[in-house]
Design a protein around this ligand. Structure first.
Ligand code: UDP
Length: 322
């Protein structure tokens, strides 16, 4: 049985929907940012905090857990600067409680959602896992601290883990049943689509003077279903003892500028956006594009879905649910 912590969130719920096809699944989520309706009905749902030892003990006593996937985190860069305590408590301290309880119950396989934010402002065009990790905000630091904890736990307690550093997760499940439902929403693609649905009066472009061909920031958008498939492969590798520890980037390897994303949204939806060009958002690197060559070589994973499919699936979901 697999424990999915944060399985009611955007990425967690997409992984759960694939995982229940082949495994029994328990989801633990406090629903602080996730939604009960996103959790596949075939999974057992436990409402609680991952930092609450008693809840974890109840789960590990009741279910034969083979591995834990951990998606539960606060993940807003700006908020992390204003409220770092929240990030060190909910991300770092709570994960330590989870790991401690796992070690107590002999559960030693772990898949962790990390982020491109661990790289800070990279000085290369394509980021590999070898690039220095120099996060520039508490959110990125909280994720990197957990990566260090995992490495130390692997040496000392034989924890086996896969860290997945996501670039820009986007899109929705092809069924249209689950998708990206954040409140507040801060991500580019859902904000554009909500505007095109008439729910926001415009879309702001944060900065037009970056050192990029059209002056707007370039990001690597990866379909949430491609991300989910990488988690399933990582889980199989851990369960088969094919991997003891690994850190992988997850991106498409393609960069799109903010303007290109808006253009694609207009094309897919056949609607015209009202665009406001504003100042840069603090802390945004000009370009973040991943090399996913390592996970492709070691686990045979490939991103197969294009930006157009990302936006088409997100649009289908937004039309149904917003
Ligand atoms: N962005 C923007 N307007 C918005 C939201 C985002 O121009 O209303 C830009 C942002 O500056 C970044 C890119 O879109 O360059 C992707 O931002 P998002 O918040 O979606 O993801 P991040 O890269 O910060 O994880």
């Amino acid at each position: 049985m697999i424990l999915v912590v944060g399985g009611a969130g955007y990425i967690g719920s997409h992984v759960v929907k694939q995982l229940v096809e082949t495994n029994s699944v328990v989801v633990l989520d406090n629903l602080s940012t996730g939604h009960r309706y996103l959790v596949d009905k075939r999974a057992v749902f436990v409402h609680g905090d991952l930092g609450d030892r008693a809840t974890l003990v109840r789960i590990f006593e009741k279910y034969p857990i083979d591995a834990v996937m951990h998606f539960a985190a606060n993940s807003l860069v700006g908020e992390s600067v204003v409220e770092p305590m929240k990030y060190y408590k909910n991300n770092v301290a709570a994960t330590l409680t989870l790991l401690e309880t796992m070690m107590e119950y002999g559960v030693k396989r772990f898949i962790f959602s990390s982020t491109a934010a661990v790289y800070g402002i990279p000085n290369v065009d394509i980021i590999t896992e070898q690039c220095p990790t120099l996060p520039i905000n508490p959110y990125g630091r909280s994720k990197l601290m957990i990566e260090h904890m995992l490495s130390d736990f692997a040496s000392a307690y034989d924890l086996r883990y896969v860290v997945l550093r996501y670039f820009n997760a986007a899109g929705a499940h092809v069924s249209g049943d689950i998708g990206e439902d954040h409140d507040p929403e801060t991500h580019l693609i859902p904000l554009i689509l909500q505007h095109l649905l008439g729910l926001r009066d415009k879309i702001s472009v944060f900065g037009t003077d970056y050192d990029t061909p059209d002056g707007t920031c370039i990001r690597d958008y990866i379909h949430v279903m491609d991300l989910a498939e990488a988690h399933i492969l990582a889980l199989h590798a851990l369960l088969a003892d094919q991997k003891k520890t690994a850190v992988y980037n997850l991106g498409n390897g393609l960069g799109y500028s903010v303007k290109e994303v808006i253009d694609m949204c207009e094309r897919v939806t056949e609607k015209k956006a009202t665009i406001e060009y504003t100042a840069r958002r603090p802390g945004d690197p000009a370009r973040l594009v991943a090399s996913s060559e390592k996970i492709s070589r070691e686990l045979g994973w490939q991103a197969t879905r294009s930006l157009e499919e990302i936006i088409t699936t997100a649009w289908n979901w937004h039309k149904k649910h917003m």
